[in-house]
Design a protein around this ligand. Structure first.
Ligand code: BTN
Length: 216
């Protein structure tokens, strides 16, 4: 079972940073780090993650021998744990009504056999950022944490076809007009490796990484 031992900080720099330090010191699989507030929360692509103090679920898990599809599986688990019907915006942002509700940041040292799975969910209040939303307190942070740990446990080892099917059923970009640094087109799902497929005027392309924006 994941989620034990648990280290809780009232304030810390980043739960991912704390979990990385614990992992490097040999913390066991499933070690959980949580915080009420982060002073240097990290997001994907070198961005920061901000959340008002006490308003978000901020958690990081140390995982030993992490699965390859960890970011996809984690996104599915977050959706399953939420008390609302959310969608996944490739690769693993969680959206509610086309606004970002939760984010996932996987960091690690695969060569050393560990990863840190960091998840932030805006529970009570969202930071004042465009296209960001919250659950407006329909559930408590601790209650959501318990649901999320229970949902993550099986999804961390379910077979890839099940992960892909569950992910695809929540694909926020499917059939939607999207643009990225080098082009634009219409979302056409994900391939077996989790790359985003986009239909463009010159054919189908597969995007491996980077940022894709919905044309609103
Ligand atoms: C993203 O959407 O860019 C990923 C955001 C991940 C934020 C969470 S909050 C808990 C954990 N600690 C961090 O510093 N980042 C992740």
């Amino acid at each position: 079972m994941i989620g034990r031992p648990r280290v809780h900080h009232r304030v810390t720099d980043s739960t991912n940073e704390r979990a990385r330090a614990l992992a490097a010191e040999g913390a066991p699989h499933g070690t959980l780090v949580t915080a009420d507030e982060q002073t240097a929360g990290r997001g994907r692509q070198g961005r920061t993650w901000v959340a008002p103090a006490g308003a978000a679920l901020l958690m990081s898990l140390v995982l030993r021998e992490p699965r390859e599809a960890l970011p996809l599986a984690a996104a599915v688990a977050v959706c399953e744990a939420l008390p609302v019907e959310a969608e996944i915006k490739w690769p693993n942002d969680i959206w509610l009504h086309k606004a970002k509700l939760a984010g996932i940041l996987v960091e690690g040292r695969p060569q050393e056999g560990w990863a840190v799975l960091g998840i932030g969910v805006n529970v009570h209040e969202a930071p004042p950022i465009e296209h960001v939303t919250s659950l407006e307190g329909v559930i408590g942070v601790e209650q959501l944490l318990a649901r999320l740990v229970s949902a993550l446990d099986p999804w961390l080892s379910r077979p890839l076809p099940e992960v892909l099917a569950a992910w695809r059923s929540r694909d926020a970009l499917l059939g939607q007009p999207v643009r990225w640094e080098n082009g634009s087109g219409k979302g056409a799902g994900i391939d077996e490796a989790g790359a985003l497929l986009v239909d463009t005027d010159s054919g189908r392309v597969a995007l491996q990484a980077g940022e894709v924006h919905l044309l609103r």
